[in-house]
Design a binder for this molecule. Structure first.
Ligand code: NAD
Length: 338
């Protein structure tokens, strides 16, 4: 099948080309992200392969359909950037990679938690300047703290398990349904308000939906414990950034670690080191000593990239052969916030 691969980075190309030896699809690698201005590049391709920040709103999907595209293959798990209703109406199938490596994201989440609390980036910057002073580097034990895990699907369950069994944390969880395997190791399901009220650390692992949009807002922050740590490796818009900054400024929030950011589409995955960044909220976040941000890299392991490439190209092959699409995103499942 002819596939236009948007938003291609060197690592995408490397892993997709390696996986494609077993499929022989006609892959056209494109650097720009998919959006209204770039959608003509997809003309004549039966499939487009896209990532988290490509734009798949009604306008783009209609243009894709006019150009002959019948399949959108997301090389990620989340699909909040796709207007699923429009895709269904236009007869475009949407597939994703539901579980390429939950371990990659779960491990990165724990790494962020430890790094921000134990001030590892600051310590490393000091040591590189031969500054071995320890003032200002005092952290807290993770052991024994209360962590609230919002969303205990594939990633959240691994995080909860690691915190419970590895660090002996008290783990509170909130999800639409409880996971008995987690309950069996002592994870306690509570409603979201109780979780936000009682946790020292809140880590977000639910999808972005209209219901979870800005679930961390000024009210949630106001009701939280003093010194709350917030970790988000799921989707940026789960957090109201303005409220987060307010909570940091009044010292209600003790630490923040983010791998995702509400307006990341304008920033992440590009080298902007010589550019002026006009996002004042993002720039303000960078000024806090207790904030650690990475640019949506939690998924980025060898294992995950290989699995993403393999699953994506298998879905394309299944679509081409008319086989059932096991990784199809069902229109009725989750409404796109767009
Ligand atoms: P999953 O579908 O296995 O789990 C999501 C869980 O959230 C489910 O158990 C679901 O019931 C629960 N949930 C849904 N609505 C909820 C609500 N309102 N309140 C509480 N829980 C709710 O997904 P996953 O593979 O564990 O991925 C979780 C999220 O991580 C994805 O939505 C994706 O956005 C994000 N992600 C980020 C990266 C990264 O690189 N940073 C990589 C992969 C996935």
């Amino acid at each position: 099948m002819r596939v236009a691969v948007f938003n291609t980075k060197g690592y995408d190309r490397r892993f997709l080309e390696a996986a494609n030896r077993g499929f022989a699809h006609d892959l056209r690698f494109l650097e720009p992200r998919l959006e209204p201005a770039t959608v003509p590049l997809a003309a004549g391709h039966q499939a487009v392969c896209v990532f988290v920040n490509d734009v798949l709103d009604r306008e783009v999907l209609e243009a894709l359909a006019r150009g002959g595209t019948r399949l959108v293959a997301l090389r990620c798990a989340g699909f909040n950037n796709v207007d699923l209703d429009a895709a269904a109406r236009l007869g475009i199938d949407v597939v994703r990679v539901p579980a390429y490596s939950p371990h990659a994201v779960a491990e990165f989440t724990i790494a962020l938690m430890l790094a921000v609390d134990r001030k590892i980036p600051k310590a490393w910057a000091r040591v590189r300047e031969n500054n071995f002073a320890l003032d200002g580097l005092i952290g807290r034990n993770l052991h024994g703290r209360t962590v609230g895990v919002v969303g205990t699907g594939k990633i959240g369950a691994l995080v909860a398990r690691s915190l419970r069994l590895g660090f002996d944390c008290t783990v509170l969880a909130s999800d639409l349904a409880a996971d008995p395997a987690l309950e069996a190791i002592g994870v306690r399901y509570v409603d979201r308000a109780a979780l936000l009220r009682d946790a020292d650390i809140v880590t977000l692992h639910c999808p972005l939906t209209p219901e979870t949009h800005h679930l961390i807002d000024a009210r949630a922050i106001g009701a939280a414990r003093d010194g709350l740590m917030i970790v988000n490796t799921s989707r940026g818009a789960l957090i109201d950034t303005g409220a987060l900054i307010g909570g940091l400024k009044c010292r209600k929030i003790g630490a923040v670690a983010l791998d995702v950011y509400e307006q990341e589409a304008d920033l992440f995955f590009e080298d902007l080191s010589n550019e002026i960044i006009s996002d004042d909220l993002f720039q303000r976040l960078l000024t806090f000593p207790n904030v650690l941000i990475t640019g949506h890299q939690a998924f980025l392991t060898e294992e995950a990239l290989a699995a993403i490439a393999e699953t994506t190209l298998q879905s394309v092959a299944d679509a081409e052969a008319g086989r059932p699409l096991v990784n199809r995103v069902d229109t009725g499942r989750i409404a796109s916030p767009s």
